[in-house]
Design a protein around this ligand. Structure first.
Ligand SMILES: Cc1cc2nc3c(=O)[nH]c(=O)nc-3n(C[C@H](O)[C@H](O)[C@H](O)COP(=O)(O)OP(=O)(O)OC[C@H]3O[C@@H](n4cnc5c(N)ncnc54)[C@H](O)[C@@H]3O)c2cc1C
Length: 587
């Protein structure tokens, strides 16, 4: 897809690693008109293995914004999560998507296929130079740029760029050590045998199955996920001394598969053995180098928080680097990258750490807790809630970020119930709703508009000129100021935001809400824009519209049917009773 901003001639940003996080970072930077050189040590893309299979809606949205809609289109969304303990089924949860997004709440698709789709987008983008066979062996920086040393088949090469985003994955030690970044955490002794099989399994196509302590893997668990093309991912927890080669040569892998699928024919597509880790870098930025994805944080895959959070890293890094590279913000914006994404990484480590304590208990107390919970879960709703097989990845909310201007009347209300989006307020991702902008037939939803720069939506009744002028005074970045009611032909936007007259909603280029302000306070608007670009103290909106105002009173027949988009997907139990899911909704 064409880049939104024409490339400018300047030193490139170096993206280290062509995994999915590096690919996403490269595409996002190029869209901002920043030239990119991507370096990877492998000779070429080796399309093996499924690895990250579950990608969440807001990540699909980022990829769709880059022309990679195929990830969502080709992916499979399962709708039933079944959880078993020993020889009986504990509960089944059906997922119903009540959101209004055109994207599914999540899809299962192999990481290999995702990388191929992103490669095609990179091939079509301007300004991205991908160089395989460049293994990074060292990195250094000075006041004006970053230099990396590479081992290539033709001998050592030194390359220079303005900034670097290190997306080297779990093996990113070369960069972390050169920058003095610690990577504390823990590794789990038990291993996980992961095998993709292709088989015809009628009735299993849209079910995720989680088996705790089945008789064919006692004391441990097995997880089965459906993927596109009749592929099933089977994931066995195995002992620390598990040896795949020995297992295969003794026919053990076939026996394991047969215990699950019986005598049906199947083919092994891929298999591997992993150890999982929980580790977080102590910084995600040192000078001109930002760390993203697995290079900065490793978590167990239950909850699919690895790649999903890496893509949010990439988006956060790309707009900030682009704003600094274009002269629209100062270097201090880059420090907010580390602040915001480190907080996200720590939350992910905490959530997956709790899951791993349930899945791989470390002491007698944790074993006893797990046994009691599982034995009660079939009949006891409270115990069911405690069955923790992973909590699906969700975007991190920047409510406490230094870039966010707090609004006393729209405080962050904490994590919403599982599967639901929070009430819109400063720090959260803005709901994606249909809009129509005069003269912009290409813009049909809010988030793509937000991703073009700094966006201000004024609810009126005052005009937007003063709002635009206040923002333009604070930044040279692209600013779009629009009347909220003018673009909200269906009323869905006002309903989703619970917008009130006299407000200005300030959106960051990653579609997070930075502030909700009063339209008659240009100084506060300018301060919030500066704050969103890292040039302000942490602010609180000085004056805000009267809290007593009712929701926006929109007129017109098309405003009658309003579908709020706060709720993304809502699980109901298999019996159809609405309620929060048990702990086993997530991968
Ligand atoms: C079994 C399993 C299941 C998972 N399931 C999920 C899931 O469902 N959802 C999810 O979100 N996440 C999941 N994850 C995590 C996900 O796979 C990772 O988070 C993701 O691959 C991270 O992407 P990345 O680009 O940061 O790193 P990587 O994919 O590891 O890419 C790193 C790149 O850097 C290159 N590189 C490394 N060192 C050098 C060097 N010195 N010089 C040059 N190049 C180098 C590598 O060749 C590679 O191309 C899973 C992981 C595993 C293991």
């Amino acid at each position: 897809m064409p880049n939104a901003h024409p490339p400018r001639t300047r030193e490139p940003v170096l993206v280290l690693g062509a995994g999915p996080v590096g690919q996403t970072a490269a595409l996002l930077l190029a869209r901002w008109g920043v030239p990119v050189v991507v370096l990877d040590g492998r000779p070429a893309r080796d399309a093996v293995g499924s690895k990250a299979i579950c990608q969440q809606r807001d990540v699909l949205d980022i990829w769709a914004s880059l022309g990679a809609e195929a990830v969502a289109d080709e992916g499979l969304t399962w709708d039933t999560a079944r959880t078993f303990y020993r020889d009986r089924e504990l509960f089944a949860v059906r997922l119903h998507d009540r959101g209004a997004s055109p994207l599914p709440p999540f899809v299962n698709i192999s990481q290999t296929r995702t990388e191929q789709i992103l490669d095609a987008c990179i091939g079509a983008a301007d300004g991205i130079d991908v160089r395989w066979d460049h293994e990074i062996t060292g990195i250094e920086q000075d006041a004006t740029g970053v230099a990396v040393h590479c081992r290539t088949p033709g001998g050592p090469v030194r390359l220079r760029g303005s900034y670097a985003v290190s997306c080297l994955g779990a093996r990113g030690r070369v960069v972390r050590e050169a920058l003095g970044i610690g990577f504390d955490g823990r590794s789990f002794a038990d291993r996980f045998l992961i095998c993709d099989i292709r088989a015809d399994l009628p009735g299993w196509e849209r079910e995720r199955r989680f088996y705790f302590d089945p008789e064919w893997n006692p004391g441990r668990q097995v997880l089965i996920h459906p993927c596109p093309d009749s592929v099933y991912r089977i994931d066995w927890q195995v002992p620390p001394d598990f040896d795949l080669a020995r297992e295969e040569s003794a026919g053990g892998l076939d026996r394991r598969v047969r215990q699950i699928i019986g005598e049906r024919p199947y083919e092994v597509v891929w298999r591997s053995v992993y150890r999982f880790h929980t580790r977080v870098a102590d910084r995600m930025r040192v000078g001109r180098v930002l760390l993203a994805g697995d290079c900065a944080h490793l978590v167990a895959p239950f909850g699919a928080r690895g790649l999903n959070s890496g893509v949010h890293d990439a988006e956060n890094a790309a707009w900030k680097l682009a704003f600094v590279a274009n002269g629209w913000a100062g270097e201090e914006l880059l420090e907010s990258y580390s602040t915001e994404r480190l907080a996200a990484a720590r939350e992910n480590a905490e959530v997956t750490g709790a899951t791993m304590r349930f899945l791989v208990p470390q002491d007698d107390g944790e074993w006893e807790h797990r046994r009691t919970v599982l034995e009660r879960a079939a009949t006891d709703a409270a115990a069911k809630e405690q069955v923790d097989s992973g909590r699906l990845s969700e975007p991190f909310w920047y409510a406490d970020s230094p870039l966010t201007t707090r609004c006393p009347h729209r405080p962050f209300q904490g994590r919403p119930p599982r599967g639901e989006a929070p009430v819109p307020c400063p720090g959260v991702l803005v709901p994606d709703v249909p809009i129509s902008v005069a003269g912009r037939p290409d813009v049909t939803r809010l988030r793509p508009l937000a991703r073009e720069g700094i966006t201000l939506l004024a609810t009126g009744p005052g005009g937007v000129d003063g709002v635009r002028a206040a923002a333009a005074e604070a930044t040279a970045a692209p600013v779009t100021a629009l009347s909220l009611t003018g673009i909200d032909r269906t009323g869905a936007l006002a309903a989703a935001l619970d917008a009130r007259p006299g407000e200005v909603w300030l959106l960051r280029p990653d579609a997070h809400i930075a502030a909700v302000l009063s339209d008659d306070d240009p100084a506060a608007i300018a301060a919030a824009v500066r704050g969103a670009l890292g040039r302000g103290g942490r602010g609180t909106a000085a004056r805000i519209p009267d809290q007593g105002s009712a929701g926006l009173d929109l007129v017109g027949p098309e405003n009658v049917a309003i579908t709020p988009t706060r709720s993304t997907w809502v699980p109901t139990s298999a019996s159809g009773r609405s309620g929060r899911a048990g702990g086993s909704l997530s991968p």
